[in-house]
Design a protein. Structure first.
Length: 90
């Protein structure tokens, strides 16, 4: 019974993340940390990060902040992959 309830709660949380990911959003350090602290599963946060509708408003230095906040490495790797490379000076 308890596993069934946990499964339903996990499903609801995942659906909520997908719904949020479906709308365009600028992801920041605060939004990633908030999702982590609210109990969102790492896979759900990675899906949100990888959504083409969302943009990443972070720099490489923000990855240290995510790591210090306890964000899983899978999420940090997904964010790192989406951070645009700096444009070289002319």
């Amino acid at each position: 019974m308890q596993r069934k309830v946990l499964g339903v709660l996990f499903g609801v949380a995942l659906l909520a993340l997908v719904a949020v990911a479906a709308s365009a959003e600028e992801l920041t350090v605060n939004s990633i940390v908030a999702a982590q602290h609210s109990g969102a599963p790492a896979d759900g946060i990675v899906a949100m990060v990888n959504s083409p509708a969302n943009t990443i408003a972070m720099t490489a230095g923000d990855l240290v902040t995510l790591r210090n906040a306890g964000v899983p490495e899978s999420v940090i790797a997904a964010v790192w992959a989406r951070i645009p490379a700096p444009t070289p000076a002319p």
